[in-house]
Write a protein that binds this ligand. Structure first.
Ligand code: SF4
Length: 341
Protein backbone atom coordinates (compact mmCIF):
# COMPACT_ATOMS: atom_id res chain seq x y z
CA UNK A 1 0.00 0.00 0.00
CA UNK A 2 1.23 3.50 -0.82
CA UNK A 3 2.36 5.86 1.90
CA UNK A 4 -0.19 8.41 3.03
CA UNK A 5 2.18 11.34 2.53
CA UNK A 6 -0.11 13.94 4.03
CA UNK A 7 -0.86 12.03 7.23
CA UNK A 8 2.77 11.09 7.73
CA UNK A 9 3.91 14.67 7.13
CA UNK A 10 1.52 15.98 9.77
CA UNK A 11 2.65 13.39 12.29
CA UNK A 12 6.36 13.86 11.70
CA UNK A 13 6.17 17.63 11.68
CA UNK A 14 4.46 17.56 15.09
CA UNK A 15 7.25 15.36 16.47
CA UNK A 16 10.05 17.34 14.81
CA UNK A 17 9.53 20.90 15.95
CA UNK A 18 9.19 22.77 19.22
CA UNK A 19 7.95 26.15 18.02
CA UNK A 20 7.95 27.87 21.43
CA UNK A 21 11.39 26.61 22.36
CA UNK A 22 12.67 27.10 18.78
CA UNK A 23 14.07 23.59 18.61
CA UNK A 24 14.20 20.94 15.88
CA UNK A 25 14.54 17.18 16.03
CA UNK A 26 18.04 16.32 14.79
CA UNK A 27 19.50 12.83 14.35
CA UNK A 28 22.12 11.74 16.84
CA UNK A 29 24.37 9.31 14.96
CA UNK A 30 25.91 7.62 17.99
CA UNK A 31 25.22 3.88 18.11
CA UNK A 32 23.27 3.92 14.85
CA UNK A 33 23.68 1.80 11.74
CA UNK A 34 24.49 4.98 9.80
CA UNK A 35 27.48 5.61 12.05
CA UNK A 36 29.17 2.56 10.50
CA UNK A 37 29.01 4.19 7.04
CA UNK A 38 30.67 7.43 8.16
CA UNK A 39 34.29 8.02 7.20
CA UNK A 40 34.85 10.06 10.38
CA UNK A 41 33.15 9.64 13.78
CA UNK A 42 30.08 11.84 14.38
CA UNK A 43 30.86 15.30 15.76
CA UNK A 44 29.00 18.12 17.53
CA UNK A 45 28.15 15.82 20.44
CA UNK A 46 26.78 13.14 18.09
CA UNK A 47 24.30 15.35 16.19
CA UNK A 48 26.67 16.27 13.35
CA UNK A 49 28.83 14.56 10.81
CA UNK A 50 31.47 15.70 8.36
CA UNK A 51 30.72 14.90 4.75
CA UNK A 52 33.22 15.07 1.91
CA UNK A 53 31.29 16.01 -1.22
CA UNK A 54 33.15 14.73 -4.27
CA UNK A 55 32.63 15.67 -7.89
CA UNK A 56 33.29 12.14 -9.15
CA UNK A 57 32.93 8.76 -7.53
CA UNK A 58 35.58 6.16 -8.33
CA UNK A 59 35.96 5.26 -11.99
CA UNK A 60 32.30 5.63 -12.74
CA UNK A 61 31.23 6.74 -16.21
CA UNK A 62 28.23 8.49 -14.64
CA UNK A 63 28.18 12.29 -15.17
CA UNK A 64 30.05 14.15 -12.39
CA UNK A 65 28.18 15.81 -9.55
CA UNK A 66 29.17 19.47 -9.06
CA UNK A 67 26.71 19.95 -6.16
CA UNK A 68 27.16 21.58 -3.80
CA UNK A 69 30.84 22.17 -4.60
CA UNK A 70 30.47 24.73 -7.41
CA UNK A 71 27.68 26.85 -5.84
CA UNK A 72 29.56 26.94 -2.51
CA UNK A 73 32.91 27.87 -4.10
CA UNK A 74 31.26 30.57 -6.19
CA UNK A 75 29.40 32.08 -3.24
CA UNK A 76 32.43 32.01 -0.96
CA UNK A 77 34.87 33.17 -3.64
CA UNK A 78 36.92 29.96 -3.34
CA UNK A 79 38.92 28.37 -6.14
CA UNK A 80 37.18 25.56 -7.97
CA UNK A 81 37.87 22.18 -6.42
CA UNK A 82 36.77 18.55 -6.71
CA UNK A 83 36.02 18.03 -3.03
CA UNK A 84 34.53 20.14 -0.30
CA UNK A 85 33.98 19.38 3.38
CA UNK A 86 30.62 20.14 4.88
CA UNK A 87 29.19 20.11 8.37
CA UNK A 88 26.03 18.04 8.08
CA UNK A 89 23.04 18.16 10.38
CA UNK A 90 20.27 15.67 9.61
CA UNK A 91 16.59 16.09 10.40
CA UNK A 92 15.20 12.98 12.04
CA UNK A 93 12.12 12.36 9.91
CA UNK A 94 11.09 11.75 6.34
CA UNK A 95 7.62 11.23 4.92
CA UNK A 96 8.84 8.89 2.15
CA UNK A 97 10.74 5.60 2.16
CA UNK A 98 12.98 5.41 -0.88
CA UNK A 99 14.45 1.93 -1.10
CA UNK A 100 17.82 3.43 -2.05
CA UNK A 101 17.98 5.89 0.85
CA UNK A 102 21.40 5.80 2.51
CA UNK A 103 19.73 6.64 5.83
CA UNK A 104 18.43 3.60 7.76
CA UNK A 105 14.64 3.80 8.03
CA UNK A 106 14.70 3.86 11.84
CA UNK A 107 16.44 7.25 11.54
CA UNK A 108 13.58 8.63 9.44
CA UNK A 109 10.70 8.14 11.85
CA UNK A 110 11.38 10.85 14.48
CA UNK A 111 12.66 8.09 16.72
CA UNK A 112 13.54 9.55 20.15
CA UNK A 113 16.24 6.87 20.63
CA UNK A 114 18.28 8.39 17.81
CA UNK A 115 17.47 12.10 17.92
CA UNK A 116 17.51 15.22 20.07
CA UNK A 117 15.61 18.50 20.02
CA UNK A 118 18.25 21.13 19.27
CA UNK A 119 18.14 24.89 18.84
CA UNK A 120 19.94 26.54 15.90
CA UNK A 121 22.06 28.45 18.46
CA UNK A 122 23.39 25.21 19.95
CA UNK A 123 23.98 23.68 16.52
CA UNK A 124 26.06 26.70 15.51
CA UNK A 125 27.90 26.71 18.86
CA UNK A 126 28.88 23.09 18.30
CA UNK A 127 29.77 23.68 14.65
CA UNK A 128 32.16 26.48 15.67
CA UNK A 129 33.59 24.51 18.57
CA UNK A 130 35.80 22.25 16.44
CA UNK A 131 39.40 22.73 15.29
CA UNK A 132 38.66 23.35 11.62
CA UNK A 133 34.99 24.13 10.93
CA UNK A 134 34.11 23.33 7.29
CA UNK A 135 33.17 26.28 5.04
CA UNK A 136 29.62 25.03 4.59
CA UNK A 137 26.70 23.72 6.61
CA UNK A 138 24.39 21.19 4.98
CA UNK A 139 20.86 20.82 6.35
CA UNK A 140 19.75 17.43 5.14
CA UNK A 141 17.38 14.65 6.04
CA UNK A 142 15.18 13.10 6.27
CA UNK A 143 13.01 15.75 4.72
CA UNK A 144 14.15 19.10 6.15
CA UNK A 145 11.03 20.74 4.77
CA UNK A 146 8.77 19.01 7.25
CA UNK A 147 10.18 21.81 9.40
CA UNK A 148 10.83 24.62 6.88
CA UNK A 149 11.56 26.99 9.79
CA UNK A 150 14.96 25.28 10.10
CA UNK A 151 16.49 27.21 7.17
CA UNK A 152 15.50 30.79 8.19
CA UNK A 153 16.28 30.06 11.85
CA UNK A 154 19.80 28.97 10.89
CA UNK A 155 20.17 32.01 8.64
CA UNK A 156 19.14 34.37 11.43
CA UNK A 157 21.57 32.69 13.81
CA UNK A 158 24.47 32.91 11.35
CA UNK A 159 23.62 36.54 10.63
CA UNK A 160 23.50 37.39 14.36
CA UNK A 161 27.03 36.09 14.69
CA UNK A 162 28.31 37.94 11.63
CA UNK A 163 28.91 34.66 9.75
CA UNK A 164 26.52 35.07 6.82
CA UNK A 165 29.32 35.90 4.36
CA UNK A 166 31.78 33.30 5.67
CA UNK A 167 29.62 30.19 5.85
CA UNK A 168 27.70 28.70 2.95
CA UNK A 169 24.31 27.20 3.80
CA UNK A 170 22.89 24.36 1.72
CA UNK A 171 19.62 22.48 2.20
CA UNK A 172 17.74 19.59 0.63
CA UNK A 173 14.07 19.26 -0.19
CA UNK A 174 12.34 16.12 -1.49
CA UNK A 175 9.47 18.14 -3.04
CA UNK A 176 6.81 16.31 -1.05
CA UNK A 177 4.81 19.06 0.65
CA UNK A 178 4.02 22.76 0.60
CA UNK A 179 4.94 23.38 4.22
CA UNK A 180 7.33 26.10 3.06
CA UNK A 181 4.30 28.14 1.97
CA UNK A 182 2.00 26.96 4.74
CA UNK A 183 4.17 27.60 7.75
CA UNK A 184 6.74 30.29 6.95
CA UNK A 185 5.94 33.94 7.57
CA UNK A 186 6.52 36.54 4.88
CA UNK A 187 9.54 37.71 6.89
CA UNK A 188 10.99 34.16 6.86
CA UNK A 189 10.46 33.87 3.11
CA UNK A 190 12.01 37.28 2.53
CA UNK A 191 15.05 36.26 4.57
CA UNK A 192 15.48 33.09 2.49
CA UNK A 193 15.00 34.97 -0.78
CA UNK A 194 17.60 37.61 0.07
CA UNK A 195 20.15 35.68 2.14
CA UNK A 196 23.49 35.84 0.32
CA UNK A 197 25.19 32.45 0.79
CA UNK A 198 22.38 29.95 0.40
CA UNK A 199 21.68 27.20 -2.12
CA UNK A 200 18.85 24.70 -2.18
CA UNK A 201 18.55 21.41 -4.01
CA UNK A 202 15.21 19.74 -4.75
CA UNK A 203 15.02 16.07 -5.62
CA UNK A 204 12.90 14.57 -8.40
CA UNK A 205 12.46 10.95 -7.39
CA UNK A 206 12.09 9.45 -10.82
CA UNK A 207 11.46 10.50 -14.41
CA UNK A 208 7.86 9.28 -14.66
CA UNK A 209 5.03 8.46 -12.25
CA UNK A 210 5.88 4.76 -12.27
CA UNK A 211 9.53 5.19 -11.30
CA UNK A 212 8.57 7.86 -8.75
CA UNK A 213 6.09 5.55 -6.97
CA UNK A 214 8.47 2.60 -7.16
CA UNK A 215 11.29 4.66 -5.63
CA UNK A 216 9.42 6.49 -2.85
CA UNK A 217 6.44 4.21 -2.04
CA UNK A 218 4.26 7.34 -2.35
CA UNK A 219 1.19 7.76 -4.57
CA UNK A 220 2.14 8.05 -8.27
CA UNK A 221 0.10 11.27 -8.58
CA UNK A 222 2.62 13.02 -6.35
CA UNK A 223 5.11 12.89 -9.20
CA UNK A 224 3.18 15.75 -10.86
CA UNK A 225 3.11 17.61 -7.57
CA UNK A 226 6.92 17.66 -7.54
CA UNK A 227 6.84 19.95 -10.60
CA UNK A 228 4.23 22.21 -9.02
CA UNK A 229 6.30 22.61 -5.87
CA UNK A 230 9.45 23.31 -7.88
CA UNK A 231 7.60 25.88 -9.96
CA UNK A 232 6.61 27.78 -6.85
CA UNK A 233 10.11 27.72 -5.40
CA UNK A 234 11.48 29.08 -8.68
CA UNK A 235 9.45 32.24 -8.14
CA UNK A 236 11.65 33.09 -5.15
CA UNK A 237 14.72 33.82 -7.24
CA UNK A 238 16.94 31.79 -4.88
CA UNK A 239 19.95 29.76 -6.04
CA UNK A 240 18.00 26.63 -6.83
CA UNK A 241 19.19 23.24 -8.16
CA UNK A 242 17.69 19.80 -8.67
CA UNK A 243 18.71 16.20 -8.29
CA UNK A 244 17.00 13.39 -10.15
CA UNK A 245 17.09 9.67 -9.50
CA UNK A 246 16.56 7.38 -12.47
CA UNK A 247 16.06 3.92 -10.95
CA UNK A 248 12.95 2.45 -12.60
CA UNK A 249 11.11 -0.86 -12.42
CA UNK A 250 10.69 -1.17 -16.17
CA UNK A 251 12.81 -0.37 -19.17
CA UNK A 252 9.80 0.11 -21.45
CA UNK A 253 9.54 3.57 -22.95
CA UNK A 254 12.47 5.03 -21.03
CA UNK A 255 13.63 7.21 -23.93
CA UNK A 256 10.18 8.64 -24.52
CA UNK A 257 9.49 9.27 -20.85
CA UNK A 258 12.88 10.90 -20.40
CA UNK A 259 12.09 13.25 -23.27
CA UNK A 260 8.87 14.23 -21.59
CA UNK A 261 10.65 14.62 -18.20
CA UNK A 262 13.16 17.05 -19.70
CA UNK A 263 10.30 18.86 -21.49
CA UNK A 264 8.58 19.34 -18.15
CA UNK A 265 11.74 20.67 -16.52
CA UNK A 266 12.09 23.13 -19.38
CA UNK A 267 8.49 24.23 -18.98
CA UNK A 268 9.48 25.41 -15.50
CA UNK A 269 12.63 27.07 -16.75
CA UNK A 270 14.39 26.58 -20.04
CA UNK A 271 17.73 26.10 -18.30
CA UNK A 272 16.53 23.91 -15.45
CA UNK A 273 17.94 20.67 -16.98
CA UNK A 274 21.41 22.24 -16.81
CA UNK A 275 20.87 22.84 -13.09
CA UNK A 276 19.67 19.25 -12.60
CA UNK A 277 22.11 16.54 -11.57
CA UNK A 278 21.21 12.86 -11.95
CA UNK A 279 22.34 10.91 -8.89
CA UNK A 280 23.66 7.42 -9.36
CA UNK A 281 22.09 5.07 -6.86
CA UNK A 282 24.65 3.07 -5.01
CA UNK A 283 24.62 0.24 -2.53
CA UNK A 284 25.31 1.81 0.85
CA UNK A 285 24.98 -0.49 3.86
CA UNK A 286 21.25 0.06 4.50
CA UNK A 287 20.46 -0.25 0.79
CA UNK A 288 22.02 -3.73 0.57
CA UNK A 289 19.51 -5.02 3.09
CA UNK A 290 16.62 -3.73 0.96
CA UNK A 291 17.71 -5.15 -2.39
CA UNK A 292 15.58 -7.70 -4.21
CA UNK A 293 15.14 -8.71 -7.82
CA UNK A 294 12.99 -5.62 -8.59
CA UNK A 295 15.57 -3.22 -7.20
CA UNK A 296 18.36 -5.09 -8.99
CA UNK A 297 16.48 -4.48 -12.26
CA UNK A 298 15.97 -0.85 -11.29
CA UNK A 299 19.71 -0.41 -10.79
CA UNK A 300 20.27 -1.79 -14.29
CA UNK A 301 17.56 0.42 -15.75
CA UNK A 302 19.12 3.60 -14.36
CA UNK A 303 21.98 3.00 -16.81
CA UNK A 304 19.56 3.08 -19.75
CA UNK A 305 17.89 6.15 -18.28
CA UNK A 306 21.12 8.09 -17.84
CA UNK A 307 22.03 7.46 -21.46
CA UNK A 308 18.63 8.81 -22.50
CA UNK A 309 19.15 11.86 -20.25
CA UNK A 310 22.58 12.62 -21.72
CA UNK A 311 21.13 12.25 -25.21
CA UNK A 312 18.30 14.68 -24.42
CA UNK A 313 20.70 17.30 -23.09
CA UNK A 314 22.97 16.92 -26.10
CA UNK A 315 20.12 17.62 -28.48
CA UNK A 316 18.85 20.63 -26.51
CA UNK A 317 21.98 22.49 -25.35
CA UNK A 318 25.29 23.40 -26.99
CA UNK A 319 28.43 21.68 -25.73
CA UNK A 320 29.61 25.05 -24.44
CA UNK A 321 26.49 25.47 -22.33
CA UNK A 322 26.66 21.91 -21.08
CA UNK A 323 30.25 22.48 -19.97
CA UNK A 324 29.39 25.63 -18.01
CA UNK A 325 29.81 25.86 -14.28
CA UNK A 326 26.41 24.81 -12.90
CA UNK A 327 26.36 27.85 -10.62
CA UNK A 328 26.70 30.14 -13.65
CA UNK A 329 23.63 28.73 -15.45
CA UNK A 330 21.05 31.51 -15.23
CA UNK A 331 17.46 30.92 -14.19
CA UNK A 332 14.71 33.40 -14.88
CA UNK A 333 14.75 35.51 -11.75
CA UNK A 334 11.61 35.26 -9.62
CA UNK A 335 9.28 36.85 -12.09
CA UNK A 336 6.24 36.27 -9.93
CA UNK A 337 6.37 37.92 -6.56
CA UNK A 338 6.60 35.29 -3.81
CA UNK A 339 4.66 37.59 -1.53
CA UNK A 340 1.50 37.36 -3.58
CA UNK A 341 0.58 33.79 -2.64
S1 SF4 B 1 13.12 11.35 0.39
FE1 SF4 B 1 15.33 11.38 0.83
S2 SF4 B 1 15.52 11.06 3.05
FE2 SF4 B 1 13.44 10.49 2.43
S3 SF4 B 1 13.56 8.27 2.14
FE3 SF4 B 1 13.85 9.28 0.13
S4 SF4 B 1 16.10 9.47 -0.07
FE4 SF4 B 1 15.65 9.06 2.10
Amino acid sequence: MAINTEALSVRYRAASIDLNGKRLLITNFRNTEQEKDLSEPPNCGGVGRIRHFRRTLGNSDWPPNPLPIDPACKALGLQSTDMIRAQVFQSAACNWRCWYCFVPFDLLSANPDYSELMSPAILIDRYLDQPNPPPMIDLTGGQPDLVPEWVPWMMAELRNRGLEHQVYLWSDDNLSNDYFWQFLSEADIELIATYPNYGRVCCFKGFNAESFAFNTRAEPALFDQQFELMKKLLTLGIDLYAYATFTAPSRDGIEEDMRSFVDRLQMLDENLPLRTVPLQIQEFTPVKQRLNSATADALQNQQIAIEAWVQELETRFSSEKRASNIADIPLRKGSVSHLTH
